[in-house]
Structures are given as structure tokens and as C-alpha cells.
Write a protein that binds this ligand. Structure first.
Ligand code: COA
Length: 265
């Protein structure tokens, strides 16, 4: 195993390369691996470099602690919501989404515990997903007065159907790992303690497959133009929602550990 060199953008994303597999590990367990701007930047940097790195044949995304990731950091959301959206330019979250959506090599995910928001939607850009039976997936964008991102308004609907996807987006429905595997969001649901080893084994096996054939297969399976256009549409709506009084109430409520009161805005 080798430690990756490069700018230490954050301590909360660990990286290593073994047998052609670049492991990217969320390591902010005390905050349920919620993703900060620096973590998005690190993820995007690693993926960008992995794209042209002949030592990397497959990427494996996984976590330390008891969550995969609780999604976007709520304090970052609150700051963005309070600031001038137009002036801020494309965020590192946007960069990460665009990078993972366009990534040409296979991506494997090992999911244990909570996968919220981008924690779920990034799985739609992975090629193999090994999940814990008791994992909990959710995409509660409307709970936060936001809209879906990472082309999930296209990809989740395509994967699980409109009514199921709507219930997840609008009602915050939580899906366990068993259901995720049945609905086509994961390859298989297994015991939580086996996920890391199984996902690594799956990634290592993929790394032995013919590289060009794998990449061409992935390319053929994904409509990158449609995905890219959907991301742009979502981003416009997301930015507008993020700056809304509804969203500010949702972020304030999270910080104050109380339910949001949308009736007052
Ligand atoms: N951003 C920032 N901090 C987060 C976070 C997030 N998305 N999710 C959890 N945390 C923090 C909590 O504030 C808490 O910090 P504290 O100990 O300093 O108070 C710590 O992580 C543990 O979270 P807690 O809520 O106590 O754990 P839990 O097991 O009861 O619940 C979750 C876990 C993931 C269900 C819950 O934290 C949650 O709903 N988080 C928000 C998820 C979300 O809406 N993400 C955005 C999606 S678009």
C-alpha cells in the first residue's frame, strides 16, 4: 500500500493505492463523514489525477466509522445559503459531481451505515455497489427545501422508478440495504462487517480486467450528455433553493436540533 502524494487538502479523505485500486476513504466519523468543501476538493483532485494515472485501474469509495456519509456538511449549506450565491462561482461540490459523473474508470463503493443526500446520489455514478443489509439510504432534499442533485432527478428515477424516487426525494423515505439491492441501487446486501473486505475484493478483481474494454463498456452504458445537461439544470434550481428563506429555516433547525417550521416562511 502506498500513500498518495499531492496537496493535503483535508485530513478527512484518506487515499491509498493497492493492486491498481485507488481507495478513497471518508474519515470524519465524529460528524458522520459529512462532506465539507475541502473534502469535495480532495475527492475531485484524486479523481482528476486518477483519470490519467496508469497505476489506477479502479476507484473504491468507502468510509471509516459507522456512517458512509451524512451528505453535504450542514454548516457549509448554512454559510452558502446566507452568502451571495451568484458571486460564489462553481463550488467544489459542483466540481466533485461533474468529475465523478465524467469519470471513465470503474468505481466501486462499499456502503455501511447512513448514506444521505450526495452519499446516495454519488452511488448512481458508481459501477458496483456492495452494501450492508442494515445500511440506510436517503435523499431528503425536500426536507431541506432543496432539490435533487448529481443528476439523481434523472438517474434515480431511471433506476427505481418515478414513484419510489419521488417518495425518497419529497418524503425523505429511508431505504435499507436489502431494499437497495432489490431495487437495483446495489449489487448485493451483506453483513455490515463484511462490506469493506467484499468491496475491496470486487475492486481488485475489476482491476485485473482489461482496462480499455472496461472503460469502453462504462462509456457505452452511460449517456454522458444527458447526465451533464441534467446536472446543469439541477444546479440552477439548487442554487436558487439554497438561497431561499425555506432552506435557511431548514439549516437553522438542524443547527438547533429541532424540526423545521416551514409554515412561518
Ligand atoms: N453536516 C454536518 N454535521 C453533521 C451532519 C451533516 N450533514 N450530519 C451529522 N452531523 C453531525 C451532527 O451535527 C453531530 O455533531 P455534534 O456531535 O457535534 O452535535 C454528529 O454529526 C452526529 O450526528 P447525530 O445527528 O447526533 O447522529 P445520529 O446518528 O443521531 O443521526 C443522521 C445521523 C445522519 C441521521 C443525522 O445526523 C442527520 O440527519 N444528518 C443530516 C443529514 C442531511 O440532511 N444531510 C444533507 C443531505 S442533502
Amino acid at each position: 500500500m502506498t500513500n498518495r502524494t499531492g496537496p493535503p487538502v483535508t485530513n478527512h479523505i484518506l487515499s491509498d493505492i493497492t493492486d491498481g485500486v485507488l481507495g478513497l476513504t471518508f474519515d470524519r466519523a465524529e460528524k458522520k463523514n459529512a462532506i465539507t468543501d475541502g473534502m469535495y476538493e480532495a475527492l475531485a483532485e484524486h479523481l482528476d489525477r486518477a483519470q490519467g494515472d496508469p497505476d489506477v485501474r479502479v476507484v473504491l469509495i468507502r468510509s471509516r466509522g459507522d456512517a458512509f456519509t451524512a451528505g453535504n456538511d450542514m454548516a457549509s449549506f448554512a454559510r452558502q445559503s446566507a452568502g451571495p450565491v451568484e458571486a460564489s462561482g462553481p463550488s467544489n461540490a459542483t466540481r466533485f459531481i461533474r468529475t465523478i459523473a465524467g469519470f471513465e474508470k470503474p468505481i466501486v463503493a462499499g456502503v455501511r451505515g447512513r448514506a444521505v443526500g450526495i452519499g446516495l446520489t454519488m452511488l448512481l455514478h458508481c459501477d458496483l455497489v456492495i452494501i450492508a443489509r442494515d445500511a440506510k439510504l436517503s435523499a431528503p432534499f425536500v426536507n431541506l427545501a432543496l432539490v435533487p442533485e448529481a443528476a439523481s432527478s434523472l438517474l434515480l428515477v431511471a433506476r427505481i422508478g418515478h414513484v419510489r424516487a419521488f417518495s425518497m426525494f419529497a418524503g425523505g423515505e429511508v431505504l435499507d440495504g436489502e431494499a437497495a439491492a432489490q431495487w437495483g441501487l446495489a449489487n448485493r446486501a451483506i453483513a455490515s462487517e463484511e462490506v469493506d473486505a467484499e468491496a475491496l475484493a470486487a475492486a481488485r478483481l475489476l482491476a485485473t480486467r482489461p482496462r480499455q474494454s472496461l472503460m469502453a463498456t462504462k462509456r457505452l452504458m452511460r449517456d454522458h450528455t444527458a447526465i451533464s445537461e441534467q446536472i446543469a439544470l439541477e444546479m440552477r434550481e439548487f442554487s436558487a433553493r439554497l438561497a431561499s428563506p425555506e432552506a435557511r429555516e431548514a439549516f437553522q433547525a438542524f443547527a438547533e436540533r429541532r424540526p423545521p417550521d416551514f409554515a412561518k416562511v
